[in-house]
Every structure is written in structure tokens, then in C-alpha cells.
Design a binder for this molecule. Structure first.
Ligand code: SF4
Ligand code: SF4
Length: 283
């Protein structure tokens, strides 16, 4: 049977929080019996936008990770509370029963993604329901997906085999796969949040003035000297190699430009770094 999947493009999220507000509009003060009790006015983020800043001035960037409940197939919250209290629906959606979960605060700690929030007044653990009350009425989109102005959020209703095809075609990944929860939320361009870059600039001296070295060939080599990637500097002399693992150690950057001596510099990658301005000397 078809199942629901949320696909989130990290590259497209601008942190506008429209999705957060749409979720509030749908759930604050609204009771959806069988699905969820009202979300309180403050303190809960069923759609939680997390941010990260990478690099060092002037080579920095920012990425945002919209993180709702992952609607895991192998859900630790279900294991902790039991299938009577937390229900995995055949369509993939995970629902915390708003009646049977009363007083069961330990479910909050069971989620490895921090996606469950405690409602002090109602004594209830609460989280994103993937707007199941709307999908069950024939809606094809959740409120967050409907409100996203950039297309960062998409919902799919597919057979498992079709989803497998989409995963390989669109290079989709799950967040923190080492937690082995088998989420129904997939990410595109997740490297913007989870991986690192090496950036820098190339410069030359022309008539006594320092200028940007445009169109220099830049190679990234591993510690053994094996070429890993290649790019050209832009009109500001800048270059960037992205999607590298954190703490991956030693690399070499080799710059070459016609009429100038080739230059190689060593860098050590912990987190995203700016290798600085690399000056090239005329032949
Ligand atoms: S993300 Fe957390 S709350 Fe959601 S299904 Fe997985 S374990 Fe449960
Ligand atoms: S509405 Fe879309 S762009 Fe705005 S914060 Fe949510 S996911 Fe990001």
C-alpha cells in the first residue's frame, strides 16, 4: 500500500518559519480527537528549524534543517510506550494516542530526535502528526508543506518501491541514520547541514597591486596526493570544495594559473574552514 513520506530540501530552506506558523495555526487551541490534543500557545515546536553556520569570515554560509517527528518505522517512542499508546499506522504515520498517553512523560525522552514535547497542562507527550487528520480527509498536503514558499517541503504518497526509486534518483538521505530508526522523513542536500567545506581565495600581483586570480585551476588532493575534485576560481578568486566529512584530516590544495607558478598548500579539516588568500607568483 502507499505510504506518506516527507522530503525536505535543506538547500531551499530560508528559515522563514511559515511552516512553524502554519503548524501553530492548525494545532494551537484545536483538538483533533484520535490524532492529537491542542498544542499549547508556547514552548512546543512540532516543526523545529535548526540552524548551522559553517566556515570563517569571509567564507561562511548558513543552512537550516527543518526537523519534525521523523515518523520512524523502527520508532523508539513506540518501543518505550507500547503499541497501545504509540501507534504506527500502515501508511507510515506515527501517532501518540492523546488519551492513552496521558501522564506518560518518559515517552519524551525516548525520541532520539527530540521531536516529542511535554504538555504540562494536559500532562501529555505531543508531536507532529503529519496532519493525519487532514490527509485522512483527502488532503494531499500537510499545512507545513502547503505554506512553504520556497518548495523546501514536499510530501509524497508512494508505494515503498516507488520511494526507493525516488531515494536513489534524488540522492535522498535520512538525518542521523546511525540511530537506525528508519525515518519517513528524507532530506535532499543534507550535506549543507551535516558536512564541511574547504574554501579559499587565490590572488596575483599586477602592476604592484593585489588582484583576484580568476579562472585559476584548483585541485583538492587527499593526504596521499590522489586527486579528489577540481574547480575553477570565480571572478573574486574564490573557490570551495563542499560535502567533505568533518574531522577528515589532511588535504592538499593545488592552484595553477597560466603564467604563474603552481602552488600547493596543506590544510587540516576539522570543521568547515577558510584556507585564506593564496598568492601566486609570476613565472
Ligand atoms: S522521530 Fe521520535 S517521536 Fe517521531 S517516530 Fe521517531 S522516535 Fe517517535
Ligand atoms: S516554510 Fe519552508 S523555507 Fe520557511 S522555514 Fe519552513 S521549510 Fe524553511
Amino acid at each position: 500500500m502507499k505510504k506518506w513520506y516527507l522530503v525536505i530540501d535543506v538547500e531551499k530552506c530560508e528559515n522563514c518559519n511559515n511552516c512553524v506558523l502554519a503548524c501553530k495555526d492548525e494545532h494551537v487551541n484545536n483538538d483533533w480527537p484520535g490524532y492529537c490534543a491542542p498544542q499549547p500557545d508556547h514552548g512546543q515546536k512540532w516543526m523545529n528549524i535548526q540552524g548551522i553556520e559553517r566556515g570563517r569570515f569571509p567564507n561562511i554560509d548558513v543552512a537550516y534543517l527543518p526537523a519534525p517527528c521523523m515518523h520512524c518505522d523502527n520508532a523508539p517512542c513506540l518501543k518505550a510506550a507500547g503499541a497501545e499508546v504509540v501507534h504506527k499506522r500502515p501508511d507510515g504515520i506515527v501517532i501518540i494516542d492523546p488519551v492513552k498517553a496521558k501522564g506518560k512523560k518518559k515517552i519524551v525522552e525516548a525520541c532520539p530526535y527530540g521531536a516529542i514535547w511535554w504538555n504540562e497542562k494536559l500532562e501529555l507527550p505531543q508531536k507532529c502528526t503529519l496532519c493525519a487528520h487532514l490527509l485522512d480527509q483527502g488532503w494531499t498536503k500537510t499545512r507545513c508543506v502547503q505554506s512553504c514558499p520556497t518548495g523546501a517541503l514536499n510530501i509524497l504518497h508512494l508505494e515503498e518501491s516507488e520511494m526507493q526509486h525516488a531515494i536513489s534518483k534524488e540522492h535522498l538521505e535520512t538525518y542521523l541514520p546511525e540511530r537506525q530508526t528508519q525515518p519517513h522523513v528524507f532530506y535532499k542536500n543534507l550535506y549543507r547541514f551535516t558536512r564541511c567545506f574547504i574554501a579559499g581565495s587565490a590572488a596575483i600581483t599586477l602592476k604592484g597591486k593585489t588582484e583576484c586570480a580568476e579562472n585559476a585551476k584548483v585541485s583538492l588532493l587527499d593526504s596521499s596526493g590522489k586527486a579528489m575534485a577540481e574547480t575553477d576560481t570565480d571572478n573574486y578568486g574564490d573557490f570551495k570544495f563542499d560535502n567533505l566529512p568533518e574531522n577528515s584530516g589532511q588535504y592538499q590544495i593545488r592552484l595553477s594559473l597560466q603564467g604563474y607558478q603552481t602552488r600547493t598548500v596543506n590544510v587540516t579539516l576539522g570543521k568547515s574552514i577558510n584556507a585564506g588568500t593564496i598568492s601566486l607568483t609570476e613565472n
